[in-house]
Design a protein around this ligand. Structure first.
Ligand SMILES: Nc1ncnc2c1ncn2[C@@H]1O[C@H](COP(=O)(O)OP(=O)(O)O)[C@@H](O)[C@H]1O
Ligand SMILES: [Mg+2]
Length: 289
């Protein structure tokens, strides 16, 4: 079943800027989807349409098989959760606990259930120890995770995140992506994220939609997306660094590399195949499981 779909969607801002010019975007339940595009390509506009913050000028948006206009605001919030790019746009209560409890309280749930949901959602994002903390004392990375917890407390089946790793340090970025993958794999959540950062996507996303100037340039799994150098250039994106290195070694140095490795793991396997065993000094390498 489709979790979300947008068909022939157009959107123009009041000042006449045409942000989306005929988008088709379909996500099945349980998928992990990336909307990849440079700044201004229309990612945030598309996301805002999918969660009903703005209305399409033309086209159709369906959530779980129902037209978005048929759902009440409450139904929509419970099905689709949006994590904003900037935690300041999301977090407004004084403490972490109050913030996470806000959504469930609005559903008029009994207080015990509210507290249960706060505990669960903070645990899910590895932020339970932050429960009593003041929001304005949190680091940026903590704020991002608490924003996610607040959305999770509504128990949506679809999670949409606008640039979830923007502004995070490398460890925070990896933690956020792993967290999202875990929610996707273990809780069955459909995850849709907008990003312009390419390096982690091959490890996490089932499919990628490449957006450029309000249009979908290409859609498919990362192996298909990143083998189209021209399309990637046109979208003002780049290959993952590891793929770029392998591409250069293949093209300029004639190193016989199959296809184009997209992750460090794939590149490592291919290089190990090529290096004569006697050049690899036994016992020098760190043992890996
Ligand atoms: N509130 C707004 N009013 C007018 N134009 C906007 C507004 N928000 C975004 N845009 C324009 O719409 C286009 C798409 O923007 P956006 O969806 O924010 O892209 P992205 O999230 O990929 O950076 C850009 O040309 C941007 O300048
Ligand atoms: Mg944006």
């Amino acid at each position: 079943m489709k979790a979300i779909s947008a068909t022939g969607v157009h959107f123009t801002y009041d000042d006449g800027t045409e942000a989306l010019s005929g988008i088709d975007f379909h996500v099945e339940e349980g998928e992990f989807i990336a909307i990849l595009g440079s700044n201004g390509s229309g990612k945030t506009t598309l996301i805002n349409l999918l969660v009903g913050l703005i209305k399409a000028r033309a086209g159709r948006i369906m959530i779980g098989g129902q037209a978005i206009g048929e759902l009440s605001a409450e139904e929509l919030y419970q099905r689709v959760g949006l994590v904003f790019q900037n935690p300041n746009d999301q977090l407004f209560a004084a403490t972490v606990e109050e913030d996470c409890a806000f959504g469930p309280r609005n559903l008029n749930l009994p207080e015990a259930e509210v507290q249960q949901r706060v505990t669960e959602s903070l645990s899910a994002v590895a932020a339970l120890p932050l429960r009593g903390r003041a929001i304005h004392h949190l680091s940026f990375g903590e704020q991002k995770r608490v924003s996610l917890a607040g959305v999770m407390a509504m128990r949506p089946s679809v999670l949409i995140l606008d640039e979830p790793t923007a502004g995070l340090d490398p460890a925070g970025e990896a933690q956020m992506m792993q967290l999202l993958k875990k929610l996707n794999r273990e809780e069955g959540l459909t995850v849709i994220l907008a990003t312009h950062s390419v390096d982690m996507l091959p490890l996490f996303a089932n499919r990628i939609y490449v957006l450029d100037q309000g249009r979908v340039l290409q859609e498919g799994p990362s192996e298909e997306i990143f083998c189209h150098q021209e399309m990637i250039d046109r979208a003002k994106l780049r290959l993952p660094y590891i793929s770029r290195l392998m591409y250069e070694m293949k093209r300029h140095d004639g190193v016989p590399i199959d296809g184009l490795p997209l992750t460090i793991g794939e590149a490592r396997e291919q290089l190990l195949e090529l290096i004569p065993k006697e050049l690899i000094i036994a016992g020098m390498g760190e043992k890996r499981p």
